[in-house]
Design a protein around this ligand. Structure first.
Ligand SMILES: *Cc1c(COP(=O)(O)O)cnc(C)c1O
Length: 375
């Protein structure tokens, strides 16, 4: 069976994990966490990056830092992972779902303004498949209406929009290092803080409500409980795994990109014949080959297609059931405007196997089978 995903492993992970163990420092914020934070800050020109226990908790932190309250509204796409929504719900905010664009599956920036009310507090932009949302428009709308912008860049590590790293454009950016993402630490993530005014509150929030980070920097002579907080520090064992991956970030990126391009090349003809639809990358976006998806004609064809691939030994999967139609989505949110593309496009999309180390021969084999299905 050809797996849909294989967790990335470059070979140096054990060496660094061993180092962490031998240093007798395996809890959070040790040498490896610091190295990962610094690497991400430097590489992405980010003001501040803090590793977290997951992409979900990075989103939770962002939502808490926005101080969302009961009755506030948050605008987001319905076509996304539950984490995007559940973080906003933490503070009691109401979810307002906006339709997506059919080309990138990202929130349709032209429909955001109509969804804004006097209760709107934030916009969450999800960069689906590591392809950027139209951030200039979103940033402009946010400025005009005094809204905060959270980028769910869980899938967008190493992607850019007009040359800027995803996650560094809004007020907050959230990365995921889950085993299904391009760079991994098993479970983990990072919060990017782009406005320094939030640095101190973020450190307190992440360190159980204490000013421990300040204490370690020698800025206060004892540390104490100063505000509401939680524990979002990953262990050094996980950070050591991520460090190995970050050291090989370009290699991982190039390897995935080669698979992505090969898929595209092999399937181009089917796309030109109108049998399937291939992904679209807008000209301002450099993506990270997080995902290779195609779109079938409709739900019925997709169901047959996935079953056919499975019989041929290929695991392909579809993605999110739109949140506005899910039980919790109905409870916490509403759809603003018309669902023209969210449901229809999500029913057509299939993700093909994509991981670091996927062999070109395997990609070619998968594409041969896809061509056979359509001819
Ligand atoms: C993976 C993912 C998350 C959650 O990340 P975890 O690290 O699994 O918590 C959030 N949003 C999107 C769009 C994702 O793909």
């Amino acid at each position: 069976m050809i797996s849909f995903n294989v967790p990335p492993c470059v070979g140096t992970e054990l060496k660094y994990i061993k180092e962490a163990i031998e240093s007798h420092k395996i809890c959070g914020d040790g040498a490896f966490t610091k190295k990962c934070n610094a690497w991400l800050e430097e590489r992405f020109q980010a003001q501040k990056v803090l590793l977290t226990t997951s992409g979900t908790t990075a989103l939770d932190m962002a939502a808490l830092l926005c101080e969302l309250e009961e009755g506030d509204e948050v605008i987001l796409p319905s076509y996304t992972f539950s984490s995007t929504a559940t973080s906003a719900v933490l503070g009691g905010a109401k979810l307002v779902f906006v339709d997506i664009r059919p080309d990138t599956m990202n929130i349709d920036e032209t429909k955001i303004e109509a969804a804004i009310t006097e209760r709107t507090k934030a916009i969450i932009a999800v960069h689906y498949a590591g392809v950027a949302c139209e951030m200039d428009t979103i940033t402009e709308i946010a400025k005009k209406h005094h809204l905060l912008v959270i980028e769910d860049a869980a899938q967008g590590v190493m992607s850019t929009y007009k040359g800027r790293a995803l996650g560094t454009i809004g007020d907050f950016g959230c990365y995921s290092f889950h085993e299904t993402k391009n760079y991994s630490m098993g479970e983990g993530g990072a919060l990017v803080i782009n406005n320094p005014e939030y640095n101190e509150r973020a450190e307190i929030l992440r360190e159980k409500g204490t000013n421990r980070s300040k204490f370690f920097r020698g800025q206060v002579d004892k540390y104490t409980w100063v505000d509401f907080g939680d524990s979002y520090l990953p262990s050094e064992l996980n950070a050591a795994y991520l460090w190995a991956q970050l050291c090989a970030a370009d290699e991982i990126n190039e390897n995935r990109m080669a698979s992505w391009k090969l898929y595209y090349e092999e399937l181009k003809e089917l796309g030109e014949e109108g049998k399937i639809q291939l992904p679209v990358i807008p000209k301002d976006c450099v993506h990270n080959a997080h995902m290779f998806y195609i779109k079938c004609k409709d739900l019925e064809e997709r169901t047959r297609f996935i079953a056919y691939l499975k019989e041929e030994g290929i695991m392909a999967v579809f993605h999110y059931i739109p949140l506005h139609s899910a039980p919790a989505g109905l409870k916490y949110g509403r759809f603003a405007g018309e669902d023209i593309y969210t449901t229809a496009e999500s029913e057509r999309l299939v993700r093909l196997p994509m991981y670091y180390g996927l062999e070109p021969e395997t990609v070619k084999f998968i594409c041969e089978k896809i061509k056979a299905f359509y001819h």
